[in-house]
Design a protein around this ligand. Structure first.
Ligand SMILES: Nc1ncnc2c1ncn2[C@@H]1O[C@H](COP(=O)(O)OP(=O)(O)OP(=O)(O)O)[C@@H](O)[C@H]1O
Ligand SMILES: O=c1[nH]c(=O)c2[nH+]cn([C@@H]3O[C@H](COP(=O)(O)O)[C@@H](O)[C@H]3O)c2[nH]1
Ligand SMILES: NC(=O)CC[C@H](N)C(=O)O
Ligand SMILES: [Mg+2]
Length: 539
């Protein structure tokens, strides 16, 4: 089976646990070069493709710590270009007999790198820095630095405090830089990464969503064979809609999309998604109303993790039942003389690259903050095999793909909505009444954001229903009712987020509309917490 790294020039990024490792991957992709992250402990014999170049990431470790991670030394004999970033530089120096020591001044923040002129009379700068001028601003984050460079290396850049801020091997394409080119605080960092992957590694700029579509459709057809059928969990969110459209292009009506109404969707969501997919996109979608089942299982439950697990498990039960129904219907038709249909062998999931990165980090998955309903054990003992066409993509790549697949812009730009839905936005027990209150408040909030033309400026906005009551006065009478919290965030990747600063008049209008139109609510608050220390959702 052709894998993506067999089809596109690929940069291998070895992850030593830096908080920026995934950004290196992103920057490569922004240059239209496919890059894949693997744990730094990966042995070369387990890498089944030949990378065009290797990048070693930063790390919280020091190379001389007893338990610090080290790369397979074989990478230096592969003959492909290597770039070490921060710890990556220290690691290659450590492996090649240079010396790394704690520096007197930890350097955390901006620095100016001076680019060295190399050679005699016709001195020039190294290929890594060509075209970048004599000096550039960069971002540093380190407590160790090189005190002696390894033999056979020369300096190509230095700062006031780091004489070995950038090194190159005298004869091989091996480089190390102390600064972080992958963060936006290094304004020309992306160009440095471009110099490395395009000019030094010679990668072709083939990683585009146009190329991806054709290759992925061919791959899906090969996986499913001539008769195999696929069911897919489709929520109306960006990821599953794009995945569904791709499946539909690949295998047509052998793909069965299923949306589950779990009783905790947004106002009119099931109806809207049904219309969007069936009418606008031509994907055959079945909406299964399982709201009674979900709400009865959620009765009286307040604990966030318990809510998430109940919903995750109930999704599984519903999908299994639906797959069985589809097969039973086909068997019945066959009895009546219809041609045999293939088995429902596959389950489509809209898993994205960030979910995968989280689980492949060499430090292992991070502490469980919250159990995302579709990650970590969905349908574990199920006979259906998984098919995940977006597994290698970031969210913005999925959106680009969606646009190419002619998915309408409002759908492509939709804010994410979590599978456990309003159940994790109702802080107390979930009841039909509480769901109805939150649906109305949330609907007004989003409507006003759209009217103000701010929807696309905000990454995600939603209302939360608090389980507390407050005193108010309406029409001269005392009220004692619940409180709505409004949340809106801006973020690139949802790993960190900032709260959004609304113009005050918009908040005023939203507050007045919700308290006037939604009975049961007499007070509105606005959430001014960033992530961290908060998370995007309240539960
Ligand atoms: N109500 C639902 N019915 C069927 N499948 C669902 C439902 N909610 C979530 N899922 C499944 O869970 C997956 C993960 O949900 P997630 O919210 O991360 O993605 P999405 O809904 O496709 O996109 P977005 O992140 O934009 O909301 C979805 O891709 C879909 O396969
Ligand atoms: O499909 C999903 N199933 C879940 O169980 C889930 N929990 C959080 N989210 C979404 O993930 C993003 C980050 O949210 P947190 O900061 O709350 O973890 C935000 O976009 C959240 O809406 C989920 N999505
Ligand atoms: N960001 C990094 O890679 C830091 C590397 C190493 N831990 C240091 O402090 O120098
Ligand atoms: Mg969703």
């Amino acid at each position: 089976m052709a894998e993506i790294h067999d089809q596109f020039d690929t940069i291998l990024i070895l992850d030593f646990g830096s908080q920026y490792s995934h950004l290196i991957t992103r920057r490569c992709r922004e240059h239209n070069v496919y890059a894949e992250l693997m744990p730094c402990t990966t042995q070369l014999k387990d890498v089944k493709f030949k990378p065009k170049g290797i990048i070693l990431s930063g790390s919280p470790y020091s190379v001389y710590d007893k338990d610090s991670p080290h790369a397979d030394p074989g990478i230096f004999d592969l003959g492909v270009p290597i770039l070490g970033i921060c710890y990556g530089l220290q690691e290659l120096a450590w492996q090649m007999k240079g010396k790394v020591e704690k520096c007197d001044h930890r350097e955390y923040g901006f620095a100016q790198v001076k680019i060295s002129q190399i050679g005699g009379e016709n001195a020039s700068v190294d290929a890594l820095f060509e075209g970048l001028g004599d000096e550039m601003q960069v971002w540093m984050s380190h407590g160790d630095q090189l005190s002696t460079p390894p033999p056979d290396f020369h300096v190509i850049g230095y700062t006031a405090t780091a004489p070995y801020a950038a090194l190159a091997h005298n004869s091989k394409p091996i480089y190390g830089i102390q600064f972080h080119p992958e963060v936006t605080h290094s304004p020309r960092g992306k160009e440095v990464i471009g110099r490395f992957i395009l000019n030094i590694c010679g990668c072709q700029k083939h990683w585009t969503m146009e190329e991806f579509i054709g290759k992925e459709i061919a791959r899906i057809r090969e996986i499913c064979g001539p008769t195999g059928r696929v069911i897919g969990a489709v929520s109306g969110g960006v990821d599953s809609t794009v995945a569904a459209k791709l499946m539909h292009e690949a295998i047509g009506d052998r793909f069965h999309a299923i949306m589950v109404d779990n009783g905790v969707l947004r106002l009119n969501e099931a109806k809207q998604v049904d219309e969007m997919l069936n009418k606008d996109l031509g994907v055959n979608l079945t909406v299964v109303d399982a709201s009674d089942l979900f709400l009865s299982r959620l009765e009286g439950v307040e604990d966030p993790e318990q809510k998430r697990k109940i919903i995750g498990n109930t999704f599984i039960n519903v999908f299994e039942a639906e797959a069985a129904k589809i097969e039973a219907a086909a068997a019945e038709e066959e009895k009546n003389g219809a041609a045999a249909k293939g088995r429902v062998e596959w389950l489509l999931q809209g898993t994205l690259y960030p979910d995968v990165i989280e689980s492949i980090s060499f430090k292992g998955p991070s502490a469980t903050i919250k159990t995302h309903h579709n990650v970590g054990g969905l349908l574990k003992d199920m006979k259906l095999k998984l098919i995940e066409p977006l597994r290698e993509l970031f969210k913005d790549e999925v959106r680009a793909l969606g646009r190419l697949l002619a998915i309408p812009a409002p759908l492509v730009q939709r804010h994410p909505f979590p599978g456990p839905g309003l159940a994790i936005r109702i802080l107390g027990p979930v009841t039909r009444e509480q769901v109805a209150i939150l649906q109305q408040a949330d609907n007004i909030y989003i409507e006003e954001i759209r009217k103000a033309g701010l929807y696309n400026e905000i990454a995600q906005a939603f209302a939360v229903l608090l389980p507390v009551k407050a005193v108010g006065v309406m029409g001269d009478a005392r009220t004692y009712e619940q409180v709505i919290a409004l949340r809106a965030v801006q973020t690139e990747d949802f790993m960190t987020a900032d709260w959004y600063v609304f113009p005050p008049e918009i908040l005023r209008r939203i507050s007045s509309r919700i308290t006037n139109e939604v009975s049961g609510i007499n007070r509105i608050t606005y959430d001014i917490s960033s992530k961290p220390p908060a998370t995007v959702e309240w539960l």
